[in-house]
Design a binder for this molecule. Structure first.
Ligand SMILES: [Zn+2]
Length: 407
């Protein structure tokens, strides 16, 4: 769960409480990336304070974590004290060759990766040649070595047993295939990183705040094969038994939740699903629903976002698909009722007025709200009840229920 403005911790945790009561097994993880902290002007310690306060307020007794999301060596330090979960992002090093010597050492050290590799639950044995393992090692070994450097930096400061390690490879151009994931896991084990969640880039588009776009059959096959590879690698390389797949930009991928649920059941596996920005959109929905000055502020945020569309979209180009022709003019939106605004924004695929382009623009528009400073935060406080209701309902009804309870 991500919470850009740090006001929805209780409402988010309430969704976990509701799902737990119905039998779901959840460990809440609050995440915030260095990029979000920088854009909004918050510190990682604020997220820790928020998580602790929510846990106390709701009497949550199971584990929970605070995730330093997408950090690298140069950004890790301010996260070390307040975080107990680290998403080490090494996507930038993918494709840059490691030293020839270390590639050769890796291939020599892993004869089990050559030839026919039989992995339970993958129908066809993987057939790999020496050249193929070398190619994959060349592509990913430097990234894994970087992950090792960052992991050891955190471990020295924090103590090895005091945090959970995720390695993320998702913010790159091409998806990683299941055989590539196997090589990556072997290399992570060599690097002695006790990785507990790994975020590959999956096939298809994971646009921010909207449904998956891609071949569902292919995704399901790949997701199942990835789970098979993980189960195999845990045994083969002694990686932590808690190793899970992590799905980034995982909010609102409604068409994936049933296939993911089926696969998790089949493998008795866990999952880390990151759902950050969907909560900020529920804040805007809550403000719009409140009417009056809340609705006026929501309209103002849209108008400003539209005026700054290029700069807002630039950092997210790979993870949004906005059809600019479908964006209503600011004058049109200014004439909308609460219901019209909410219908366009809320992710209800059955509602004909739902507008994915409108939603994606507001998704990347949180910087506009951040620039409004106290005016925005005070509006959240003033309309807390209606905002919180939307935040909880979104996570509980549209995310946790279909994913974990099959409802
Ligand atoms: Zn990510």
């Amino acid at each position: 769960m991500g919470d850009r403005f740090a006001h929805q911790g209780n409402a988010q945790l309430k969704a976990c409480v509701l799902a737990t009561k119905l039998g779901a097994d959840i460990i809440p993880v609050w995440n915030k990336s260095n990029r979000e902290h920088t854009l909004i002007g918050t510190e990682p310690s604020h997220l820790r304070a928020e998580a602790d306060a929510a846990v106390k307020a709701l009497g949550w007794e199971k584990p929970y974590h605070v995730d330093a999301d997408h950090i690298r060596l140069e950004t890790a330090d301010r996260f070390i004290a307040p975080s107990d979960f680290f998403t080490i992002d090494v996507a930038d090093s993918i494709g840059k060759s490691a030293a020839t010597k270390s590639v050769k050492a890796f291939v020599d050290h892993h004869p089990e990766l050559l030839g026919k590799v039989v992995i339970p639950h993958i129908n066809h044995p993987l057939e790999t040649t020496h050249a193929e393992v070398e190619r994959v090692a060349n592509k990913f070994l430097l990234a894994v070595q970087d992950a090792g450097k960052i992991y050891r930096h955190i471990a020295r400061a924090k103590g090895e047993a005091n945090f959970i390690t995720e390695v993320s490879l998702d913010e790159t151009d091409s998806p990683q295939t299941p055989p590539e994931l196997l090589v990556i896991l072997a290399a992570l084990a060599d690097e002695k990183i006790p990785v507990q969640t790994v975020a590959p880039k999956f096939t298809g588009r994971f646009n921010k705040g909207v449904d998956y776009v891609g071949d569902l059959k292919q995704f399901e096959q790949e997701f199942n094969d990835d789970l098979a590879v993980i189960a195999f690698a845990v045994k083969q390389y002694g990686l932590p038994a808690t190793l899970k797949l992590s799905v980034h930009s995982g909010s609102d991928k409604f068409s994936l939740y049933a296939p993911i649920r089926r696969a998790l059941k089949k493998f008795n596996a866990g999952l880390h699903l990151k759902t950050a920005g969907t909560t900020w959109l529920e804040e805007v929905i809550g403000l719009a629903e409140a009417g009056g000055d809340g609705l006026a502020l929501a309209k103002e945020i849209y108008a400003d976002a539209l005026a700054h569309i290029d700069e807002l979209c630039a950092p997210y180009a790979a993870v949004i698909d906005i059809d600019r022709k479908k964006l209503p003019a600011k004058e049109t939106v200014n004439g909308w009722t609460s219901e019209q605004f909410v219908s366009a924004l809320r992710h209800d695929q059955k509602n004909k007025a739902f507008n994915p382009s409108f939603r994606q623009l507001l998704h990347v528009g949180f910087k506009i709200a951040a620039m409004k400073g106290d005016r925005y935060l005070n509006a959240l406080k003033q309309h807390e009840a209606v905002v919180a209701k939307n935040v909880t309902e979104n996570l509980f009804e549209r995310h946790l229920k279909p994913l974990l309870l099959g409802k």
